[in-house]
Design a protein. Structure first.
Length: 91
Protein backbone atom coordinates (compact mmCIF):
# COMPACT_ATOMS: atom_id res chain seq x y z
CA UNK A 1 0.00 0.00 0.00
CA UNK A 2 1.26 3.50 -0.76
CA UNK A 3 1.67 6.05 2.04
CA UNK A 4 -0.55 5.58 5.06
CA UNK A 5 -3.18 8.24 5.61
CA UNK A 6 -4.01 9.14 9.17
CA UNK A 7 -7.47 10.39 10.03
CA UNK A 8 -8.29 12.29 13.17
CA UNK A 9 -11.53 11.14 14.70
CA UNK A 10 -13.81 12.92 17.12
CA UNK A 11 -16.63 11.14 18.90
CA UNK A 12 -19.66 13.18 19.93
CA UNK A 13 -22.38 11.96 22.27
CA UNK A 14 -25.82 13.45 21.67
CA UNK A 15 -28.74 11.96 23.59
CA UNK A 16 -26.86 8.67 23.96
CA UNK A 17 -26.30 8.55 20.20
CA UNK A 18 -22.69 8.22 19.11
CA UNK A 19 -21.73 10.08 15.95
CA UNK A 20 -18.27 10.35 14.51
CA UNK A 21 -16.79 13.18 12.48
CA UNK A 22 -13.74 12.36 10.38
CA UNK A 23 -11.43 15.12 9.19
CA UNK A 24 -10.65 14.27 5.58
CA UNK A 25 -7.17 14.83 4.10
CA UNK A 26 -8.89 16.94 1.42
CA UNK A 27 -10.09 19.39 4.07
CA UNK A 28 -13.71 18.91 3.03
CA UNK A 29 -15.91 19.45 6.08
CA UNK A 30 -19.37 19.36 4.48
CA UNK A 31 -21.02 17.16 1.92
CA UNK A 32 -23.01 14.02 1.43
CA UNK A 33 -22.59 11.30 4.03
CA UNK A 34 -21.01 8.03 3.01
CA UNK A 35 -22.11 5.09 5.10
CA UNK A 36 -19.73 2.15 5.27
CA UNK A 37 -20.80 -1.11 6.81
CA UNK A 38 -19.18 -1.33 10.24
CA UNK A 39 -19.18 -5.13 10.07
CA UNK A 40 -16.87 -5.78 7.13
CA UNK A 41 -14.36 -8.54 7.50
CA UNK A 42 -10.70 -7.53 7.38
CA UNK A 43 -10.54 -9.13 3.91
CA UNK A 44 -13.43 -6.94 2.66
CA UNK A 45 -11.83 -3.80 4.07
CA UNK A 46 -8.49 -4.73 2.50
CA UNK A 47 -10.17 -5.30 -0.89
CA UNK A 48 -11.56 -1.75 -0.80
CA UNK A 49 -8.16 -0.35 0.18
CA UNK A 50 -6.58 -2.19 -2.76
CA UNK A 51 -9.29 -0.86 -5.09
CA UNK A 52 -8.61 2.70 -3.95
CA UNK A 53 -4.86 2.20 -4.38
CA UNK A 54 -5.47 0.89 -7.91
CA UNK A 55 -7.73 3.87 -8.68
CA UNK A 56 -5.08 6.29 -7.39
CA UNK A 57 -2.38 4.58 -9.47
CA UNK A 58 -4.50 4.70 -12.65
CA UNK A 59 -5.38 8.37 -12.11
CA UNK A 60 -1.74 9.27 -11.53
CA UNK A 61 -0.64 7.29 -14.60
CA UNK A 62 -3.21 8.99 -16.80
CA UNK A 63 -2.92 12.53 -15.43
CA UNK A 64 0.77 12.55 -14.44
CA UNK A 65 1.85 15.30 -16.86
CA UNK A 66 -1.22 17.46 -16.22
CA UNK A 67 -0.79 17.08 -12.46
CA UNK A 68 2.89 18.00 -12.64
CA UNK A 69 2.05 21.14 -14.64
CA UNK A 70 -0.78 22.03 -12.27
CA UNK A 71 1.43 21.63 -9.20
CA UNK A 72 4.21 23.69 -10.83
CA UNK A 73 1.73 26.49 -11.53
CA UNK A 74 0.52 26.36 -7.94
CA UNK A 75 4.10 26.60 -6.65
CA UNK A 76 4.65 29.69 -8.81
CA UNK A 77 1.46 31.28 -7.49
CA UNK A 78 2.29 30.35 -3.87
CA UNK A 79 6.10 30.41 -3.55
CA UNK A 80 5.99 30.67 0.27
CA UNK A 81 4.52 27.21 0.68
CA UNK A 82 1.80 24.85 -0.41
CA UNK A 83 -1.73 26.08 -0.89
CA UNK A 84 -4.09 24.70 1.75
CA UNK A 85 -5.88 22.77 -1.00
CA UNK A 86 -2.67 20.89 -1.80
CA UNK A 87 -1.21 20.46 1.67
CA UNK A 88 -0.62 16.85 2.61
CA UNK A 89 -0.93 15.39 -0.89
CA UNK A 90 1.89 13.07 -1.92
CA UNK A 91 1.68 13.34 -5.71
Amino acid sequence: MSGAVRHRRHVHLHNYDTTMTFHQPSGITQGLPLLIDANWTPAQAWAVIELLDDLRDRLLAHYQLALAEWLAEDRQEHPDGPDDDLAGNDF
